[in-house]
Design a protein around this ligand. Structure first.
Ligand code: SF4
Length: 241
């Protein structure tokens, strides 16, 4: 079992170089009604169902370094070409390089909606990170919870179960700092009873969190192997041949 905050520091040293950060792709994506997407390299978790598993486990070998200016330029050029109004950083974990992320946010015009998809570990660990993000009114944060309880989190990520508390804390910090945010939950391995308990727990943070988004699990063949090897049972999801 690893500590996800310590891992964030270690991986952060691999994927960051001064203000630059590693990315492996820039693309238009159909999600959210059309969004310019920068796929970053490096994560502090190892989720067994991660669709970008091959990137997560090889941060040294994957991608190249981009400055915040290059990232913003690439995103805005996709926005102009496709007529989009939204950008996001996705792929792996966008929060691992703090100053880089804050600078990219600064460079995106306020009329463009910026969606930050995160596992929330670092936002839960350090409230000042959420405070810094609160400067950006065009920001929306989607916190992806790995399971519905601490035990699920440990089984699904291989990390210490305390990490789940950091994910919940991230939502608390974001709400307290006035940031637009919402939880998405990987609930495909959990019982309805455990899911119900999480709904009640999240409602205490903000009433509408009760209706959190349940993430759809798409089982690519390599993920199926990961999951079967770990002996996990899933209660939903789609299998791709
Ligand atoms: S947090 Fe996201 S990017 Fe990181 S391993 Fe889990 S699913 Fe993959």
């Amino acid at each position: 079992m690893y500590d996800p905050v310590e891992r964030a520091e270690g991986v952060g040293r691999i994927i960051g170089s001064e203000e630059k950060r590693k990315y492996y792709r820039f693309r238009p994506a159909p999600f959210y009604g059309g969004i310019a997407t920068a796929d970053c390299v490096g994560c502090c978790l190892r989720c067994l169902f991660c669709w970008s598993w091959h990137i997560v486990v090889r941060p040294k070998e994957t991608g190249r370094f981009y400055s915040p200016e290059e990232v913003a330029q690439n995103l805005l050029s996709i926005v102009r070409r496709k007529g989009f109004h939204q950008v996001r950083i996705s792929g792996n974990e966008p929060t691992l390089h703090r100053s880089h992320l804050l600078r990219v946010l600064q460079l995106i015009p306020k009329e463009i909606h910026f969606i930050l998809e995160t596992n929330g570990i670092l936002l839960g660990h350090d409230r000042s990170y959420a405070r810094e993000l609160s400067r950006f009114p065009n920001l929306y944060v989607r916190v992806s919870l790995k399971g519905v309880c601490a035990e699920d989190f440990a089984r699904l990520t291989g990390a210490k179960s305390e990490g789940f508390g950091l994910q919940i804390k991230a939502l608390e910090n974001l709400v307290e700092e006035g940031i637009d945010c919402f939880p998405a939950v990987m609930a495909n391995f959990s019982s309805r009873e455990e899911i119900r308990k999480l709904r009640h727990r999240l409602r205490e943070i903000r009433p509408d969190f009760y209706d959190f988004e349940e993430e759809e699990l798409i089982l690519y063949p390599f993920l199926l192997e990961n999951i079967q090897r770990a002996g996990l049972e899933w209660t939903g999801g789609r299998i791709l041949e």
